[in-house]
Ligand binder design. Structure first.
Ligand code: PHE
Length: 344
């Protein structure tokens, strides 16, 4: 029985030590170490419980009950302190990464489409509604598609009008979207109607109405019985749709890839036709060069000019935007100045 008393005392001592150690732990780590020291695999209490088999049945009962009780109490203290630490740690974390839901967020301003994009989409919708398909061609072109196949041979004086930058490899940043006419005719068999919007480049002294990089929208309509009156009807409708009801006029013009060639003018939106600096005192502004596809262009593209006819046009698109919004300087559209762009 002495033996029993001794072991009971020993358990009491362990308990006292464990209690002290657990209560003085300064963080979760220290707490874990001390918990393992008493109750872990090789812990002091574990050792006693392990040796219990050496006692008599009666002793086993008493020592077993005592050590279980102590073990449970140690576990209880351990868990209580653990909660205390995790609570504190959580608080520390929350303090560090505090989210104040009452602070107003960063204001992200919503913008809108650039006027050129917006009008381009509007025009594309309009042409789609008349059965035109939207096609594209490369911005870097061969001289064949940009000039030769459009009836502008190398020695033709008309080539000067479009003379431009050349790349070292002989290719050319296209000077007009008319190059897409030939590419389309090669690919599609008539009848078809397409528009081809895109950027063009020219060797140009930049001023209020000229840029070295600009947008055009080409149109091409090929069928058996296309006539000049179809061209006039569709383009007048286009002007009405994009710019509102305006006085228009067609006048003869020369482009090697059309015959006859025309320019569609509208009454100057800046002076109402009285004459001003922008319309060079003519009262008219040229908006859509156009004409009936030249038989030579059909021949280059492999379409029989005896069987098919077509009309083509090439709107200076930036100019349409300029007229639509009465902007008196094209350069403003490309400066990226939000004070200006936000007005549209
Ligand atoms: N490509 C011509 C230009 O840039 C415009 C045009 C297109 C004229 C189609 C007639 C027909 O000036």
């Amino acid at each position: 029985m002495d033996n029993k008393l001794e072991i009971i005392n020993e358990i009491d001592k362990i308990f006292e030590e464990a209690q002290k150690s657990l209560n003085s732990a300064k963080d979760l780590n220290e707490l874990d170490i001390s918990f393992r020291f008493f109750t872990g695999k090789k812990g002091r209490l574990t050792e006693i419980m392990h040796n219990i088999r050496l006692y008599s049945t009666e002793e086993k009962k008493i020592v077993g009950a005592k050590s279980n009780e102590v073990k449970n109490t140690i576990e209880f203290i351990y868990n209580a302190r653990k909660n205390e630490f995790s609570g504190a740690e959580q608080k520390k974390f929350l303090n560090r990464y505090r989210v104040d839901l009452t602070i107003p967020g960063n204001y992200i301003e919503r913008h809108h489409k650039h006027p050129i994009t917006a009008v381009l989409e509007e025009a594309s919708d309009f042409f789609s509604s008349m059965g035109f398909e939207i096609v594209e061609g490369p911005e870097i072109e061969t001289t064949y598609y940009n000039f030769d196949a459009l009836n502008i041979p190398a020695d033709h004086p008309a080539r000067d009008v479009w003379d431009t930058f050349y790349l070292l490899n002989g290719l050319v940043p296209r000077t007009h979207t008319s190059s897409v006419q030939v590419r389309t005719m090669e690919k599609k068999s008539p009848p078809f109607r397409v528009i081809a919007p895109g950027r063009c480049y020219r060797y140009e002294a930049v001023d209020a109405t000229h840029l070295f990089m600009f947008n055009q929208m080409e149109g091409l309509f090929v069928d058996k019985n296309v006539r000049l009156t179809d061209l006039k009807g569709i383009l007048e409708e286009t002007v009405k749709n994009l710019l509102g009801a305006r006085k228009t006029r067609f006048r003869p013009a020369f482009y090697p890839f059309v015959e006859p060639g025309l320019d569609l003018d509208i009454e100057c939106v800046f002076c109402g036709g009285r004459g001003c600096g922008i319309c060079k005192n003519t009262g008219w502004i040229e908006v859509i060069p156009c004409g009936m596809v030249h038989p030579n262009v059909f021949k280059y593209a492999g379409i029989d000019p005896q069987e098919y006819r077509g009309f083509a046009f090439g709107m200076g698109f930036d100019r349409i935007v300029m007229l639509k919004y009465s902007i008196n300087d094209l350069r403003l559209l490309y400066h990226g100045n939000l004070d200006i762009l936000n007005q549209f």
